[in-house]
Design a protein around this ligand. Structure first.
Ligand code: PLP
Length: 445
């Protein structure tokens, strides 16, 4: 086991890793134990996390904060929130933007503002907030399977799930992949369904000129600290529907239409000025953040290309994209170990890779009992939830660290049988509390 606090000395850079592509000096390096779980020191001294915040220019942010403090206007549509709304509308190509305190409240407001009720079709493979927002608004989520490549809604399943109780579709632009396609728009039109998108992951992502609108009736962004562009906490609803926008402006502020006129049901969902100050400063660094993430993605793609059983999600690189998520899938029959075993081995290297959105919302409370057959009707969701491993990126990750991390993954995979055996013996408290290994996917190596 590696000694905490000690780090392996930097070895030779490993550009490509695979059984036939390893240079002899590197091959020699890989003969000795170079996996923390097998006795080496951890590859990283500091823990690498998924979703470390991108920090924009500190001075620019502090200047704005001083302006907020000097003005005494801390919330209630101050000038920074108004400017932030204008910028978000402009970047997303929407006519209207309503900034919110976070995306979850934004989703609830949009669901209510659109008049969704009864059943709404939604993927199970999403962050739980998508589904909670429906449930908290008294709407029953009807879980739908996903496309195995994009991880977004499978349109055939959407069509099959529509009934007389269905009032809308809540699609998710997962990982920044657009869930909006022509068939989905046509279906919504044909059955007179509201079309809402959870765009928490996709701020700044563009699609081709002939691509149908990624806004639907409305879309909701997240500006949480873990997102590429953030405002500490924050969200925004964007729409081209003037009437809906007016309604949402009432609803986000308790329904107030004047000093003492309450014209609509509402809550306090407003963004504050400090968040908008961070949001605006973060937007100023948007190109820098996107370029850095794009370069990180390219480094991962090159370094993982020859690692058997660890596949990086392909990206269309022609369009602007935030590259905020490094999504891999682990195939245990090729990697020789399961995704959970690989994540466990990486923990001891001080790498906190994450499984997302395991085990799927349909297996979480309060939805697990809703449709006992959901496990059978969501085969792609179930398979993907077992395989997805998200790796760290963002401004906090350098190309050198990514190469080193990928070299770790390659070493772990190369020594899969020994790693598997060691995991099952290991009592290190840093190992994630994953369920009984024996019940997991069997591996043929
Ligand atoms: C797909 C998805 N929807 C909704 C949310 C909720 O966003 P927020 O934290 O801004 O409420 C998240 C958060 O990460 C998310 O990933």
């Amino acid at each position: 086991m590696g000694v905490p606090g000690q780090v392996r000395p930097p070895g030779p850079e490993i550009e490509t890793i695979g059984p036939n592509t390893v240079s002899s000096s590197i091959a020699t390096t890989l003969q000795r134990p170079d996996v923390a779980l097998l006795g080496a020191t951890p590859a990283f001294e500091h823990t690498l996390h998924v979703g470390r915040p991108n920090m924009p220019d500190r001075q620019a942010f502090l200047t704005r904060i001083n302006q907020v403090l000097d003005s005494g206007r801390l919330s209630n549509w101050g000038p920074f929130v108004q400017e932030f709304e204008d910028r978000v509308a402009e970047i997303s190509g929407a006519k209207h933007c309503i900034a919110t305190c976070n995306a979850t409240i934004g989703l609830e407001l949009a669901i209510s503002g659109l008049g969704m009720s009864g059943d709404v079709i939604v993927p199970s493979f999403t962050f739980i907030a998508t589904v909670h927002a429906l449930w908290l608004q008294g709407v029953r989520p009807v879980f739908c399977d996903i496309d195995p490549v994009t991880h977004c809604l499978d349109i055939d399943c959407v069509e099959a799930a529509i009934t007389s109780r269905t009032t809308g579709i809540l699609g998710v632009h997962l990982w920044g992949n657009s869930c909006a396609n022509q068939r989905l728009h046509d279906l919504a039109k044909k059955y007179e369904l509201k079309l809402l998108f959870d765009a928490a992951h996709s701020f700044g992502c563009e699609t081709g000129p002939n691509h149908p609108s990624h806004l639907g009736d409305a879309a909701v962004y997240s500006f949480h600290a873990t997102k590429c562009i953030h405002s500490f906490e924050g969200g925004a609803i964007v729409t081209n529907d003037r009437e809906l926008a007016d309604r949402l402006r009432l609803m986000v502020n308790f329904g107030f239409a004047g000093e003492d006129i309450v014209a609509h049901l509402g809550i306090n969902g407003k963004m504050n000025e400090a968040s908008a100050a961070m949001g605006l400063t973060s937007l100023e660094a948007m190109d820098q953040f996107f370029d850095h993430n794009r370069a990180n993605y390219a480094t991962y793609a090159a370094a993982l290309a020859d690692v058997p059983g660890v596949t990086l999600m392909p990206r269309e690189t022609n369009h602007k994209h935030n590259f905020q998520y490094i999504v891999t899938e682990v195939d245990p029959t090729k990697a020789g170990l399961t995704r959970d075993e690989l994540i466990s081995a990486l923990r001891l290297e001080n790498v906190y890779a994450r499984r997302y959105f395991y085990p799927g919302c349909h297996r979480m409370q309060p939805y697990a009992g809703l449709n006992p057959r959901a496990g059978y009707t969501l085969p792609v969701t179930e398979a993907v939830a077992e395989r997805v491993m998200v790796l760290p990126t963002g401004m906090a990750m350098s190309g050198h660290e990514i190469k080193r991390l990928c070299a770790c993954i390659a070493s772990i995979v190369r020594q899969a049988p020994a790693v598997r055996a060691a995991i099952h013996e290991c009592k290190d408290p840093r190992l994630p509390p994953f369920p009984a290994w024996e019940a997991r996917t069997r591996v043929n190596h």
